[in-house]
Write a protein that binds this ligand. Structure first.
Ligand SMILES: Cc1cc2nc3c(=O)[nH]c(=O)nc-3n(C[C@H](O)[C@H](O)[C@H](O)COP(=O)(O)O)c2cc1C
Length: 404
């Protein structure tokens, strides 16, 4: 891709000021990844602090910690952090300061898995009760929905108290707020379902209450799907309408992704197509919003990253797997002799294998072992599942059995 007259290094190295006043030192963001490094009771671990410190030292402008739960009842996985009232403040503060070394920024992604909550430690509930092959969940009552803005606001307030400089509200990939946006999950006929305005309503209510809690100088990002990429799901046109509606709110960054974990759909992190996935959509989003945009998915080369920014499609580039392959990637891309990462090729393609492989490698990076470990996708799935099984017991000890 052409980047025009400008040097890719200069484009990616330029700082960006967000509407709240927070400055990001460069255009490269470690996109949200559920690192599965919580201790099973929602608290950070030494490994996790080391992981984010490595990314900060590697020169990333911002890291988003994946799936930090706003409450303990609907986690995505038992290795998630939880912004609980009785959390270990010292560990959260060390995570916030470790991930901010050298001027880097770190924000938790505020997660709530809703209908896709990890069943062994949850009673999954989404916008509507569903019983389809591969997915059974309860529907949230209006009172439960109306309680959500306060829950998100309290979590954001706790993140701020522990030293984080922003949060990302997760409304992508088929988790709770993405479920509200998606007709696949949201079959409500009250004020929270039907038109895109109604499906977007809970997100707007959450953003308003989070802003009221954190004040004007704290960043609020939002991750949203460009589409669900599944028949009957959120369409690009509806996503653009949602972005336009949300632009009237006090938001600092919209992170564009796509895909859903509704049964039968491939996930963004298991995709293998070449080239960035959502730049064309970001260009369309640019027409309907003034809010800074980030685009995530499929970036493998510095020239593609620079082109996304230089073309005006996005202000920031989100990188997930590239920063697992090379945690020091920003310092390489922000040097004159840029080296693009070499991605692994896998002989087989078991479902969920790629995500499990990258997740296990996050632990290797945290322990500085990544150069020593070779793992098949099948082994990665086994290690990942075994670890989660152990953490399920820890979670139940800490938070009780689902429904108790
Ligand atoms: C191991 C792993 C965990 C992920 N966890 C999350 C998550 O917690 N929240 C989220 O929004 N996206 C998550 N993602 C998706 C990434 O943020 C990203 O959208 C996707 O991997 C595509 O970007 P990439 O091509 O740069 O990897 C995860 C991806 C990977 C590989």
């Amino acid at each position: 891709m052409e980047t025009g007259e400008r040097d890719p290094l200069e484009i990616l190295a330029s700082p960006l000021g967000l509407p709240c006043g927070l400055r990001l030192e460069n255009r490269l963001v470690k996109a949200a990844m559920s690192d599965s490094l919580g201790d099973g009771a929602g608290q950070p671990t030494e490994d996790q602090i080391e992981l984010y410190q490595r990314w900060a030292r590697g020169g990333v402008g911002l890291s988003v910690i994946g799936e930090v739960q706003v409450e303990s009842r609907y986690p995505e996985k038992p290795g998630n952090l939880v912004l609980r009232t009785d959390r270990d403040h010292a560990m959260f503060q060390r995570l916030a300061s470790g991930g901010a070394e050298g001027g880097s920024r770190i924000w938790p992604q505020l997660g709530h898995a809703g209908a896709l909550a990890h069943a062994p430690i949850s009673q999954p509930a989404g916008p509507s009760a569903l019983d389809v092959e591969g997915l059974r969940c309860a529907g949230l009552s209006v009172d439960e929905i109306k309680a959500l803005p306060r829950i998100y606001a309290d979590a954001a307030d706790r993140a701020k108290a522990d030293g984080f400089t922003g949060v990302q509200v997760h409304a992508g990939h088929g988790f709770l707020l993405s479920q509200f946006l998606s007709p696949l999950f949201n079959r409500r006929s009250d004020g929270y379902g039907g038109s895109i305005e109604a499906r977007c309503r809970i997100i707007i209510e959450i953003v308003r209450q989070v802003r009221a809690a954190v004040g004007s100088d704290f960043a609020i990002g939002l991750r949203i799907n460009s589409s669900d990429q599944l028949e009957g799901g959120l369409t690009e046109d509806d996503s653009l309408a949602a972005i336009e509606l949300l632009s009237n709110e006090s938001i600092d960054l919209v992170d564009i992704s796509g895909g859903t974990y509704f049964p039968g759909a491939p996930s963004s992190s298991d995709r293998r197509s070449s080239g960035p996935y959502f730049v064309d959509f970001a260009r369309r989003a640019r027409q309907v919003t003034q809010v800074p945009l980030m685009v995530t998915g499929g970036f493998k080369t510095r020239s593609d990253a620079a082109a996304a920014v230089a073309s005006g499609a996005a202000d920031l580039v989100g990188l997930a797997r590239a920063l697992v392959v090379d945690p020091e990637l920003p310092s390489h891309w922000l040097a004159h002799d840029a080296v693009d990462p070499t991605f692994p090729r896998f002989a087989s393609n078991p479902l969920g294998g790629v995500t499990a492989w990258y997740t296990m490698r996050l632990t290797d990076i945290a322990r500085h072992h990544e150069r020593d470990v070779e793992r098949s996708l099948e082994d990665a799935i086994n290690e990942y599942d075994d670890r989660d099984d152990h953490r399920v017991s820890a979670w139940k000890r800490s938070f009780g059995r689902p429904g108790e």
